[in-house]
Design a protein around this ligand. Structure first.
Ligand SMILES: CC(=O)N[C@H](C=O)[C@@H](O)[C@H](O)[C@H](O)COP(=O)(O)O
Length: 229
């Protein structure tokens, strides 16, 4: 069957429903209910972490999914779907897109993206690949490796971008990404206001992902608390 994900999400807001161990909503039941709310609001797709959450959200909503597995390895700072093993586990759920970190950092077990991407393509020819990038070098690397989607997910979270925010200077960084990306760009990371969502679409991204500002109540409550201190 043809993968129509990119058509389905064009110009729209994808909602990320994630709660890691240690977060108050950590539960695939709750993530499925979050995804139900996202669907009711009109989200065309969901971003989700872990096989159990992905399966619960598929059962609950039937929506297309950008799937990831966050996993820490002792020999690497790469944690979003870091190895071929997690890529296979995510793809085996039948998700439309597997996202993995592309940040120029050493990967676990000495794996190299130029080796594991072709292997993954052989095994899952119908699954799209999204690159979770941090800076413009990562975007170039994602171009070179032939990722189907370029995401800005890691901007502000890598050694070269620490402390930066995608919204700085009216999304100056995102404008640069759009100039060099050879594949559709999905804006993701710290888009925390409706006006920012509108702005990134005006700038020409293919779609955007919002997570915490919609689905992390502790993060939302803390913002209110900080504002009244
Ligand atoms: C950096 C990292 O690990 N980002 C993760 C990637 O999946 C998630 O924790 C974020 O919630 C997601 O990217 C959406 O971003 P925001 O929650 O800022 O709207």
């Amino acid at each position: 069957m043809e993968n129509t994900f990119l058509d389905q999400v064009h110009g729209k807001l994808i909602i990320s429903c994630q709660a890691l161990e240690g977060e108050p909503l950590h539960s695939s039941f709750i993530m499925a209910r979050m995804a139900r709310a996202a669907k009711m609001a009109g989200a065309p797709a969901i971003r989700a972490n872990s096989v159990v959450d992905i399966q619960a959200i598929q059962d609950e909503t039937g929506l297309p999914i950008i799937g990831i597995i966050k996993k820490d390895y002792p020999d690497s700072d790469v944690y979003i779907t870091p190895t071929l093993k997690e890529m296979r586990q995510v793809a085996a759920t039948g998700v439309e897109v597997v996202a993995c970190q592309v940040t120029g950092q050493v990967r676990p077990n000495g794996e190299k993206l130029e080796e594991i991407i072709p292997q993954f393509r052989d095994e899952f020819p119908n699954t799209l690949l999204m690159a979770d990038t941090g800076d413009l070098n990562d975007v170039k690397e994602a171009n070179r490796l032939g990722f189907d989607i370029i995401g800005t997910t890691m901007h502000g979270y890598t050694p070269t971008t620490k402390g930066m925010n995608i919204a700085d200077n009216d999304f100056a960084y995102l404008k640069d990404v759009l100039k060099i990306a050879e594949h559709p760009v999905i804006a993701e990371g710290k888009i925390d206001l409706p006006q920012k969502a509108k702005r990134v679409l005006e700038l020409g991204v293919h779609a955007l992902v919002v997570g915490g500002a919609i689905t992390r109540p502790l993060e939302i409550a803390n913002k209110f608390m900080d504002a009244i201190k």
